[in-house]
Design a binder for this molecule. Structure first.
Ligand code: NIG
Ligand code: FE
Length: 405
């Protein structure tokens, strides 16, 4: 990695601003010490930099984009919920299954029963599938442990993935995901516990951001506020599962805490859009969950667009509402189901996904940013949105490291 490498003979989709693809033909990337030391057309490479090049890689004209960012996943858990899928196909609703003790609670039981090794091994396989499709930055939430020790185990597995694999992993503490059985009927006492665990796990270096599930079948806005107040007192950024199944005013609440993102948003009101605009909060849309729960109410895309709220996309990988492992499928679905343009959808899994994680050092191909990029067997970046069900990713470079070598 230390030797400056020139990646040349490519078509670059730089995405340097949000208005077009930023295509550069016969492009080159000079990578030094894990960063993009120079980006442009090869003929414009200054001779002084050309002399620093120790190694050259000819990409044969292939398309290069920034490495993809999956900014919302629940990747660490035990078990699976295929039986629930069958029940939902026979008419049972997601809410009814959750209220009957299935849903998230079923995964909590399976996660608690799994060993650390099992959790790590299954999460590693999932992360590897995402990485093979060009993902270089991955957010992972806790939320299937729901005790101090089990939340710690899940966050530690996420950290271990970030250390073992050539990926950046950002962790979100989502203990306010569901009420664990030992707190039945005592949701406020559970929130007290969540707030007490937060500084402990932060002290162990396990938390990058704090999330909550503000919903009829999750936690109330008042309970969510208490979680956010604790996060703020600890200097931790917040994000929220907001307005997925009903309008709880969660987005406005989250925006008042300067949230990095509000996610799902099918029931987001116009007031919520305006709050997010004012606070610069990213709208993370999750077409996988919309599709898999067979929702019919669309997020307010036109309002978000008009207000200039940045839109990101993520897999929301989880065993209940979105058990898929293809971020590119989300790009395609965001276009077909949500009517995003291919450019909006690709920005959603690059620059805007990075912003949803508070990361300003990636998501575009620009001098000074991290050398995270993907090489594709494609001619134009709009093909990332066009196809589905196959993987056109040929090569992935993360922090300057070529993962294919
Ligand atoms: O993002 N909405 C809450 N959490 C997950 C689903 C979790 C589950 O069903 O296990 C989501 O869709
Ligand atoms: Fe989620």
């Amino acid at each position: 990695m230390a030797e400056p490498t020139l990646w040349r003979n490519t078509r670059l989709a730089t995405l340097t601003d949000d208005t077009d693809w930023g295509l550069i033909d016969d492009g080159a990337l000079l990578v030094d010490s894990g960063k993009l030391a120079w980006v442009g057309a090869l003929r414009d490479l200054p001779p002084a930099l050309r002399h620093t090049v120790a190694r050259e890689v000819d990409l044969g004209g292939a398309l290069v984009t920034p490495g993809l960012v999956d900014c919302h996943t629940h990747l660490v858990y035990g078990g699976q919920r295929a039986r629930e899928f069958e029940m939902r196909l026979q008419g049972a609703s997601y809410e009814a299954i959750a209220r009957a003790g299935g849903g998230i609670r079923a995964t909590v039981a399976a996660t608690r029963a799994a060993s650390d090794g099992q959790l790590l091994q299954s999460a590693r396989k999932r992360a590897a599938a995402l990485l093979a499709e060009g993902v270089t930055t991955l957010e992972i939430k806790s939320g299937y442990g729901l005790s101090l020790q089990d939340e710690r185990r899940c966050l530690s597995v996420a950290r271990a993935l970030g250390n073992d694999m050539p990926l950046t992993v950002c962790t979100s503490f989502l203990a306010a995901h569901a009420l664990p059985p030992e707190f039945d009927g005592r949701a406020d006492a559970y929130i007290d516990a969540v707030c007490a665990w937060m500084p402990v796990l932060q002290g162990e270096g396990l938390i990058d951001a704090v999330d909550a599930f503000c919903e009829n079948i999750g936690f109330t806005p008042a309970q969510t506020r208490r979680v956010f107040e604790t996060a703020r007192s600890l200097g931790l950024p917040v994000k929220l599962h907001a307005e997925q199944l009903s309008d709880q005013g969660g987005a406005t609440l989250a925006a008042s805490f300067g949230a990095l993102s509000c996610d799902h948003l099918e029931w987001l009101s116009e007031a919520g859009v305006q709050s997010m605009r004012a606070s610069g909060t990213v709208a993370v849309l999750l077409p996988g969950a919309y599709y898999y729960l067979r929702e019919t109410r669309l997020p307010p895309i036109a309002s978000l667009r008009l207000a200039g709220v940045p839109i990101a996309l993520a897999s929301d990988h989880n065993p209940g509402s979105s058990p898929g492992l293809s971020l590119l499928l989300m790009v395609n679905m965001a276009c077909t189901l949500f009517r995003l343009t291919p450019l909006e959808a690709v920005l959603g899994v690059t620059a805007h996904g990075a912003r949803a994680l508070g990361l300003g050092d990636r998501g575009r191909l620009r001098t000074g940013l991290r050398a995270d990029f993907a090489v594709w067997d494609l001619e134009h970046p709009n093909e990332l949105a066009y196809g589905f069900g196959y993987n056109p990713c040929r090569r992935v470079v993360a922090g300057g490291i070529d993962l294919s070598s």
